[in-house]
Design a protein around this ligand. Structure first.
Ligand code: ADP
Length: 204
């Protein structure tokens, strides 16, 4: 069981998933907030039934799955609905995340959340690591990865904390702008050694 949690964050396209994979290769368990958020609204989950009850059948697609586009449109048309949705989902996401972290084996566990600070998840972690790149790198890498337009990526970035504030609130950071894959791996290994030491000194 792991008691010591590292919060891994960074804006869209900064390299969080890439870094998480490198920590996973060192044997660290990754608990992914976005993945849990998706799991909690799968068909049959209580949260999906509540969303259906609230918004009606129009937010389901033909397969009975949550139609995220339809839900986004509802929220866009009625901004107060976002608060309703967050009040339903955020405690569920937080409880599931923390339970998975507690169940994980190893000296420490990583909680990966793009919105770690925005959703006040940093209160639940022992230390935070921010993956940082320049905004233009974020846009270029995300467009290349997802085939999105720069405008869409910029809109997502505008919904996240400004880069400087995220950096300032983090304990550690990796400047992932210019690193080659092997340099990034080295940076992760160094931090892994540091987190092994910190977590072993930590008393539950
Ligand atoms: P995030 O999970 O933060 O959205 P990703 O880990 O998916 O970001 O990285 C975004 C894109 O940038 C991916 O296509 C990834 O392969 C690439 N990438 C990550 N780090 C680097 C790097 N140091 N140099 C070049 N490309 C990188």
């Amino acid at each position: 069981m792991s008691n010591w949690i590292l919060g891994l964050t960074g804006g869209i396209g900064s390299g969080k998933s890439t870094v998480a994979n490198l920590f996973a290769a060192e044997g660290v368990t990754i608990v992914d907030a976005d993945q849990i958020a998706r799991e909690l609204v799968l068909p049959g989950q209580p949260a999906l039934l509540q969303i259906l009850d609230h918004f009606g059948g129009q937010i389901l697609n033909a397969n009975g799955e949550l139609d995220r586009g339809a839900l986004r449109q509802q929220i866009f048309a009625h901004p107060q609905e976002k608060q309703w949705l967050n009040q339903l989902l955020h405690p569920l996401i937080r409880n599931t995340l923390l339970q998975r972290c507690r169940e994980a084996s190893g000296n420490y566990v990583i909680l990966m959340a793009p919105l770690l600070f925005e959703n006040a998840l940093e209160t639940w972690v022992n230390r935070t690591l921010c993956i940082d790149v320049r905004e233009q790198t974020q846009i270029a890498r995300t467009c290349q990865r997802d085939g999105n337009t720069p405008e869409l990526v910029q809109a997502i970035m505008a919904s996240q904390l400004p880069r400087a504030e995220r950096l300032q609130r983090s304990d550690d950071y990796i400047d992932n702008d210019q690193l080659t894959p092997s340099e990034l791996q080295r940076a992760v290994r160094q931090l892994h050694i540091k987190y092994l030491a910190l977590s072993s000194q930590h008393l539950p």
